[in-house]
Write a protein of this length. Structure first.
Length: 94
């Protein structure tokens, strides 16, 4: 009985994990200051490097986010991914 239950539990956990990664539409029109300057590559790189600390902080403080929604698009995203990858090990083979 327990052996038959294990795959079902793993499937349920996998579905829950995948559904938690679904993007959510956020209405930021009221939260952006009118003179806000979009973050670029270097700020994305910095946000990627401080990702673990910011994530832990965001658990306790709901006004802290790990990703700057006021960004300039592809360059911020590239910096964020490179910063997170560099800090979290990237593609190291060891």
């Amino acid at each position: 009985m327990k052996k038959n239950l294990f795959p079902l539990i793993m499937l349920i956990l996998l579905i829950m994990l995948m559904s938690s990664c679904a993007p959510e539409a956020i209405d930021i029109s009221n939260s952006i200051p009118p003179n806000a300057e979009p973050s670029g590559f270097w700020m994305g790189l910095w946000h990627g490097m401080i990702l673990p600390i910011t994530f832990i902080w965001s658990i306790f403080n709901h006004s802290v986010t790990i990703y700057d929604v006021v960004n300039n698009g592809v360059w911020y995203n590239l910096g964020f991914v490179l910063g997170a990858g560099a800090l979290l090990g990237g593609s190291s083979s060891k």
